[in-house]
Design a protein around this ligand. Structure first.
Ligand code: UDP
Ligand code: MG
Length: 310
């Protein structure tokens, strides 16, 4: 029988775990597959880990990996993929926003020969107005800036076959952005639409700060176009400022010097801002190189019941 591993990143999801596991069990009861669930506790500060451990004691299909601190959703996914020993892996969120009832359809597509079955959010009911706007703006910007094309609303709810799993595992880049990476690796891919529910319990763990970081991560991991944009911008503003010289000379000779204060302050402020922005963009890429050069692990496991498997 084929084996399916489910990877679920958790960060303070104590109220959702039991509901999610019950839903997964109900789905797999009717399916001819063996499975195990890998719950990745991303340094939760609530009782998530205890809840998981209690369940794992009685149920051998439940595995967990617990991090020494919060390493972030993408790194939690990485840990799950690193430890999955299965013919295919399905990743989903812990909050029931990704309906486990989609699993049979995903598996069916996989059996039909697709290596990646990813999902596209059909509705945006479960999202706050701020998130709706920022989410579509983000995908548009990413597509414009980089070589991968992502549909609006493709979350980390997807199935990947063993071949893709091995490729993804071999990637050890800092600032992982799986949505882009999965698209980037190629293979035979298909999208399924799904209806996103409201979060079952608790609040979104993606604060604005984390979302902003993920967006920057996504863009700067997939594109060096911002660097080119910075160079072009610098070039054009140099040309534009050259046009200013005749005016400056004219003012000097015909006594308008003191009147120039406004234009000086405006240009100084504008170019000051521009330089800082461009330096910031370059800094982000430099920072990535720095972090990558150190080669630190993307997560640290504190405890797990997965020692037997790998
Ligand atoms: N999550 C995580 N680490 C984090 C933030 C989130 O493992 O630092 C998990 C979280 O528990 C959930 C999934 O990532 O299973 C998606 O997070 P959330 O539902 O809060 O994001 P949203 O659906 O609001 O985008
Ligand atoms: Mg959610």
């Amino acid at each position: 029988m084929k084996h399916v591993a489910l990877v679920v990143p958790l960060f303070n999801e104590e109220e959702n775990i039991k509901v999610l596991i019950a839903a997964i069990k109900a789905v797999f009861e009717k399916l001819p597959y063996t499975y195990n669930v890998i719950l990745v506790d991303d340094g939760s500060r609530d009782r998530s880990l205890q809840v998981v451990q209690e369940i794992a004691l009685q149920d051998s299909t439940i595995n967990y990996i617990s991090f020494s601190r919060n390493f972030g959703h993408q790194n939690a996914l990485k840990a799950g993929l690193d430890h999955a020993d299965a013919d295919c892996v399905i990743s989903l969120d812990a909050d029931m926003q990704h309906p486990p009832s989609m699993i049979p359809e995903m598996l069916q597509k996989w059996e039909e020969g697709f290596d990646v079955v990813y999902t596209v959010r059909k509705n945006m009911d479960g999202l706050s107005p701020m998130k709706k706007r920022s989410s579509s703006a983000f995908y548009q910007l990413l597509n414009w800036l980089s070589e991968v094309d992502l549909e609006v609303g493709t979350p980390d709810f997807r199935l990947i076959g063993r071949n893709v799993l091995e490729v993804l595992r071999s990637l050890n880049e800092y600032d992982l952005f799986y949505r882009g990476l999965v698209k980037w690796v190629g293979f035979k891919q298909i999208a399924l639409e799904y209806e996103e529910n409201m979060r079952f319990a608790g609040k979104s763990k993606y604060t604005f700060k984390k979302m902003f970081r993920l967006a920057l991560q996504g863009i700067t991991s997939f594109s060096i176009r911002p660097l080119y944009a910075a160079a072009y911008l610098g070039f054009f503003s140099t040309i534009a400022s050259l046009l200013y010289f005749p005016y400056a000379a004219y003012s000097y000779f015909f006594g308008h010097v003191i009147n120039g204060w406004t234009s000086v302050i405006v240009t100084v402020a504008f170019f000051g801002g521009l330089q800082l922005t461009i330096l910031g963009i370059i800094g982000i890429y430099l920072g990535k190189l720095f972090m990558q050069a150190k080669g630190r692990p993307l997560y640290i496991v504190k405890e797990t019941n997965l020692y037997g498997r790998k």
